[in-house]
Ligand binder design. Structure first.
Ligand code: NAI
Ligand code: MG
Length: 489
């Protein structure tokens, strides 16, 4: 029997009605993995009410130490169940098992980081004149709606829940439609945990336009944290403006440049170009989906990148030799294939891939690693986020030209520069309009360091100390140190 995934509201598991269940499919095989409840707006409202009650009740009485201990306990249990969770994540989303294992470990690290930070959130004393004491207090924002995507289902849940609990907030988390399985395992893990009152974490699966929209428009939600498309990011901001001016943080798309100068370490650069865009099937917000390469090495570099990408083993994500699994759904693969067709129409040169593999992979949502060469910076495939294993190679003449192309999209999430010239490296770092810049690397992400974008890639930052600030309000307190009347009148 296929497992039914319930909703988790107010510390209770609530079954969805059979008629409305959503199929959760293993994208590597097309097999049915589970059937998930699809919450209504009313059920979402019940989760918000449970989060409100917990916020105003027991959770507000916990100390920072107690919240820290809860976060450590979540991390401990994630590590204890890592092998099972990783397997489930691979079935849930299709990524190679080693990547799922990495994600689970990373999720645990995230809870540990914010467990430690819970006791280090401090206010300030402001340097006002001597007759007063001016304080800055940090207080939890309140009830948080958290809407996450499908590319790192468990890890994105951790990035959202950990800093919120660290700050003393309560949450209603909405997983993506396609990938609710690991989030619901997380619900089981949290359920009944000592020190975590009912209703502090609610996990509600369902449709974006229903559950997500109910969170975004709720007058009783104090903040929405969203990761996903720029298009939906806009609707979240608009909903906040139209309701209660709730706080909004957004981690949106990207079209990140991976910039290669002729003097870069050759082997590292070639591997960085391939890893930068094909890791996690290219379903990465910070994917290095534009390879900008100095003209003098352009031809040779593309040849080397194509050779390396050809060797990527596409296949069963449970096979340890596999480096690339299927895309998240067949529908998403069609969307990505649409961009492959678009690139060909626009006159870019397809030098690798672009096809669905057949044979034993025909029943999964696989797509070959795909490389377009001689892409013009204004082509659609060089401007829009594709979110799959498709990269555009754009040659440049010099440093100024590279920076102009790099900054020439509406996005500003990430970027990388490869060179052995430290002066040039830092000049380019300073000129890139991006929230994350790597030098001689692409993609490493640390829970200790801030993550987020400039321009249309988002609002606010996650991870590190910045990540918790988005869950805190600032209260200025002025204490009069004299009891004399002002004498103004
Ligand atoms: P999406 O932005 O529609 O979905 C992300 C989350 O938002 C999901 O949980 C979804 O249910 C929810 N959502 C959808 N409509 C909503 C609404 N009206 N109100 C509130 N929440 C809503 O992204 P989708 O459709 O999964 O992918 C489309 C494209 O978005 C991708 O091809 C990719 O370009 C981009 N994307 C970017 C991500 C990132 O990490 N920056 C992650 C996922 C998608
Ligand atoms: Mg959508």
């Amino acid at each position: 029997m296929t497992e039914k995934l319930p909703l988790y509201i107010g510390g209770r598991f609530v079954e969805g009605s059979d008629a409305s269940l959503q199929d959760v499919v293993n994208p590597a095989t097309g097999a049915l993995l589970a059937r998930a409840a699809r919450a209504t707006a009313a059920e979402t409202g019940a989760a918000v009410a449970a989060a409100r009650a917990a916020f105003e009740g027991e959770w507000s009485a916990t100390t920072a130490q107690q919240r820290g201990q809860v976060l450590f306990e979540i991390a401990r249990q994630l590590r204890e169940r890592a092998a099972d969770l990783a397997r489930l994540e691979t079935e849930n989303v299709g990524k190679p098992l080693a990547e799922s294992e990495f994600d689970v470990a990373d999720a645990a690290s995230c809870f540990e980081y914010y467990g430690g930070l819970a006791t280090k959130i401090t206010g300030e004393v402001n340097p006002v004149p001597d007759d007063a004491l001016s304080l800055t207090l940090k207080e939890p924002v309140g009830v948080c709606g958290q809407i996450i995507p499908w590319n790192y289902p468990l890890l994105m849940a951790a990035w959202k829940i950990a800093p919120a609990l660290c700050a003393g907030c309560t949450v209603v988390l909405k997983p993506a439609e396609a990938t609710p399985a690991t989030a619901m395992e997380l619900a089981k893990l949290l359920d009944g945990m000592a020190g975590l009152p009912k209703g502090v974490v609610n996990i509600v699966t369902g449709d974006g336009p229903v559950v997500g929209a109910a969170l975004a428009t709720s007058p009783d939600v104090d903040k929405v944290a969203f990761t996903g498309s720029t298009k939906i990011g806009r609707t979240i901001l608009r909903a906040a403006a139209d309701t209660n001016m709730k706080r909004v943080t957004l981690e949106l798309g990207g079209k990140s440049p991976n910039i290669f100068f002729a003097d870069a370490n050759w082997e590292a650069a070639v591997e960085g170009a391939v890893f930068g865009v094909f890791v996690n099937q290219g379903e990465v917000c910070s994917a290095g989906s534009r390879i900008l390469v100095e003209r003098s090495i352009h031809k040779r570099f593309v040849e080397a990148v194509v050779e390396k990408a050809k060797a990527i083993r596409l296949g069963d994500p449970f096979d340890r030799a596999t480096k690339m699994g299927p895309l998240v759904t067949a529908a998403h693969r069609e969307r990505v294939m649409g961009y492959v067709a678009q690139g060909q129409r626009e006159g870019a040169k397809l030098v690798l891939g672009g096809k669905k593999p057949g044979g034993s992979l025909a029943s999964g949502a696989f797509l070959e690693p795909t490389i377009f060469d001689e892409v013009a910076p204004d082509m659609v495939i060089a401007q829009e986020e594709i979110f799959g294993p498709v990269v555009s190679v754009i040659p440049f003449d010099d440093e100024t030209h590279a920076v102009t192309i790099a900054n020439g999209t509406p996005y500003g999430l990430a970027g990388a520069v490869w060179t052995r010239d430290i002066y040039r490296a830092f000049r380019v770092v300073k000129k890139l309009r991006a929230g994350i810049v790597w030098v001689n690397h692409m993609q490493p992400t640390y829970v200790e360091a801030p993550w987020g974008g400039m321009k249309m890639s988002g609002v606010g930052r996650e991870l590190g100390r910045y990540g918790v600030e988005g869950y805190l309000e600032v209260k200025q307190v002025h204490v009069n140190l004299t009891d004399k009347p002002m004498g103004w009148y």
